[in-house]
Design a protein around this ligand. Structure first.
Ligand code: ATP
Length: 754
């Protein structure tokens, strides 16, 4: 065995030495290359089918004319110029003639089954028509001097084509090919063109060119890998051209100016979320999450950030004790939030609601950096402020939440809510979904009513008729309907009610009805027939079924619904339980818990207070509600709680310091409680509570007025309606004492900085 190996080695050396002399391949050399030959079983001399003679310094291979059965011929790294012998190899399938001196492209008659040809590292300057080589599947023409792609049109089986390191400045002539792999590395391409129809392309190498844009790749939906290393791509936005290539897993942009762009990698990872390898580095899950959070954060993330910012800035301010102290530490400000896409009418509805229920609600005026529209008034529709002022206010910790919309900033300040609460009213605001998410992170727990267009055409017409919005703004507003609908669908209980906003008047009637239910006013006003059905979100129309979550369809809190002896109560809860049973989100569970709490209170004889439906109910609230009228503050244990809540109304700051707060001097309260128009309490009809008087014309005491800061909530059975609109008759309270009124008289207006 050893002897044989030595002999073979010596033979090979001999061949080399011999061929080096004149470069002529001889029959002896061919037959000597036993180790490199494959053989048919025919036993014939010329039946070899695989010949490999690399690096033999060969220049003349004409002897191969005799080897007609060759199927695979490998002659790399020689000095061959002439390939005409291949014409005599009709069975040739694979030809590797790389690293030779060929200048005549395909200078031989086509073997019928020639599939793979490697002409790389030769001296080709021009291609020729290869229509006779229709079996070609793989063609390697790297490192030649080709300046044009030509003659391949009929190679209808060509899947792999490599033309790296030539002088090609334009991609052409590839349109009809079934290419899956194309390499044009190291050419002179400035743009990607002529590839649009290569629908089968999977791997594309365009590295080392002068390409500035990725345009031209957008339709190649099977592309899995693109190499654009060392080009001139400078804009991250260029990735948008390949954004829709869902099979793209590898992208190489190394050595492009775009890499210098700030946030380059995360931006690309965000734009191309299917990538697994970018610039030859694996894309990690962390990168994917960070990129989404950075460039398209989910509403939850936006809200969390917004909340965090305002909380931090608030904590950086001197501690403030707000004066609109609430009945208990657990009772947040009563608030009603109307939400829905821009221009759906929620602002108008909010204003109308505050007018109609002026003794219960006042409009919470937000701040905005946008300019006022015609007819808008500063301080009424919005507080219109400059960008700089808005920023300053953020830094001063003024906002509860902010959002950007249409290039402008909007924000609700604590003062806006506070101003309303100080008047003893519930704050009604309108805002986009982002604002709702933010507010849900805060200590406020409003009711959220979604106003949603169900007739898109009509909604678009409404927006157009306002003559305020560009088409793009209208399109954005319309597209956000789905966002609202999805939120409602996917987060049961997120909105307390849903009202179709298509018809403003109908929407208002529904809103009124819902609010009356919240305020427990609906029985007297509208009678049995008009009461909202437990199955409907709103009265008067069926909102689109698909918009409604089980909870949003069934959140009436009428007294009837809370009466466990009433049939509708049982049906309602049985039904809702059944609907909810498959899976309950935390929001659902919280919502159910709230309702159950109300039911328990109703069973033990406690009346749900007028405002209790507008915010989270608690035992403490009920305790305050059931106080005897006239109970003096100092005698009332809940007063301490009220004071505590006063401190807690500054989240986590003053609250934390509540133990340090000196008891308020209640003697000032008497002076503070002036009667309107110079009246004294003695002038009043018997039984008129001081609080009734103070709260009797709330519309006079809008933010900025010299209103006396009296605390919410409004007592059950309040008697003095607002002058502008007849007040709905309040529902008689089972506890006619209306304990809340007494609490209100006890609440002080003391704004003190700690
Ligand atoms: N503090 C806030 N937080 C979140 N969204 C807000 C806030 N204040 C206002 N918005 C909302 O921003 C959107 C744009 O308000 P803007 O007043 O500019 O719009 P509009 O064209 O008048 O539409 P609309 O009639 O809905 O108010 C509206 O949907 C509005 O409800």
């Amino acid at each position: 065995m050893e002897v044989k190996q030595i002999t073979l080695h010596q033979r090979s050396l001999e061949i080399k030495q011999h061929s080096k002399k004149d470069g002529v391949l001889t029959a002896e050399m061919v037959s000597s290359c036993v180790s490199n030959l494959g053989r048919f079983n025919t036993g014939l001399q010329h039946s070899y089918h695989h010949l490999s003679l690399p690096r033999q310094n060969l220049s003349d291979i004409s002897i191969l004319c005799n080897y007609i059965y060759l199927q695979k011929l490998e002659l790399p790294h020689n000095k061959i110029k002439d390939l005409s012998c291949v014409s005599h190899m009709p069975y040739l399938v694979i030809l590797d003639i790389s690293h030779n001196e060929i200048s005549n492209f395909f200078g031989f008659q086509p073997p019928k089954n020639l599939k793979e040809v490697n002409f790389s590292h030769n001296r080709l300057t021009k291609l020729k028509d290869l229509s006779a080589y229709s079996s070609l599947t793989k063609l390697d023409l790297d490192y030649n001097c080709l300046s044009e792609i030509f003659g391949l049109e009929q190679c209808c089986q060509l899947t792999h084509l490599s033309l790296a390191h030539n002088k090609i400045s334009r991609i052409s002539g590839l349109e009809a090919l079934p290419l899956t792999h194309l390499c044009l590395r190291g050419n002179q391409l400035e743009r990607i063109e002529g590839l649009e129809s290569l629908k089968s392309l999977q791997v594309l190498d365009l590295s080392m060119n002068c390409i500035t844009s990725l345009s031209g790749l957008q339709n190649l939906h099977l592309l899995g890998s693109i190499n654009l290393e060392k080009n001139l791509i400078s804009e991250i936005q260029e990735c948008k051209h390949i954004h829709d290539l869902f099979l793209l897993r590898e992208l190489n942009l190394q050595g492009n100016p775009v890499q210098e762009q700030p946030g380059y990698r995360l931006a690309v990872v965000f734009l191309l979320q299917h990538l697994t390898v970018l610039d030859q580095m694996k894309v990690t899950v962390e990168e994917k999450v960070s990129s989404v959070n950075k460039y398209d954060p989910p509403l939850d993330v936006v809200a969390a950030r917004d909340h965090m910012i305002h909380l931090v800035y608030q904590l950086m301010q001197p501690q403030v004790l707000y004066d609109s102290t609430l009945p208990s530490a657990d009772s947040p400000y009563p608030m009603l939030v109307l939400t829905g896409p821009q221009g759906c009418g929620k602002r108008e509805l909010a204003h109308r609601l505050c007018q109609e229920f002026s003794e219960y609600f006042a409009y919470g005026t937000c701040h905005t950096t946008r300019r006022p529209y015609f007819g808008e008034e500063n301080g009424i529709d919005y507080h219109f402020v400059s960008e700089e002022d808005f920023q300053n206010m953020i830094h001063m910790g003024k906002f509860i939440q902010t959002m950007q919309h249409g290039g402008h900033r909007y924000g609700l300040t604590r003062d806006a809510v506070e101003d309303v609460a100080r008047e003893g009213l519930a704050c009604c605001v309108h805002m986009e979904l982002e604002g709702v998410f933010s507010l849900k992170k805060s200590c406020f727990e409003p009711r959220y009513i979604l106003l949603i267009p169900t007739k898109v055409e009509k909604y678009m017409d409404q927006l157009k008729s306002r003559d305020l919005y560009t088409q793009a703004q209208i399109d954005t507003a319309v597209s956000r309907i789905e966002l609202y609908a999805n939120t409602n669908r996917q987060r049961p209980g997120f909105f307390d009610n849903v009202i179709p906003s298509d018809d403003c008047e109908e929407a208002f009637q529904s809103l009124k009805q819902i609010v009356k239910e919240y305020l427990l006013l609906e029985e007297q006003d509208d009678g049995e027939n008009n009461r909202a059905s437990p199955d409907n979100t709103s009265v008067g129309h069926e909102p689109e079924e698909k918009l409604l979550s089980p909870l949003s369809r069934s959140t009436p809190h009428s007294a009837m619904a809370l009466d466990p002896s009433h049939l509708s109560y049982r049906n309602y809860f049985t039904k809702i339980q059944a609907e909810l049973s498959p899976q309950k989100s935390p929001a659902e569970l919280a919502s159910i818990a709230r309702r159950e709490q109300l039911v328990r209170e109703a069973i033990v004889g406690k009346s749900p207070g007028v405002y209790s439906q507008l915010f989270k109910s608690s035992a403490q609230t009920a305790q305050v509600q059931n106080q005897e009228p006239g109970t003096r503050v100092s005698e009332d244990s809940s007063w301490d709680e009220s004071r505590a809540s006063s401190a807690l109304s500054v989240p986590s700051s003053a609250g934390a310091l509540s133990n340090l707060v000196e008891p308020l001097d209640i003697s000032v309260l008497g002076q503070a409680l002036e009667t309107p128009k110079g009246q004294t309490t003695e002038d009043l009809p018997p039984g008129t509570d001081q609080m009734d008087l103070v709260a009797s014309s709330p519309s006079d005491r809008r933010p900025g007025s010299n209103a006396l800061p009296i605390l919410p909530p409004i007592p059950t059975g309040r008697k003095t309606p607002a002058a502008s609109s007849p007040a709905p008759s309040p529902r008689p309270s089972p506890n006619p004492a209306g304990g809340q009124g007494s609490v209100q008289t006890k609440m002080a207006s003391t704004e003190s900085e700690i």
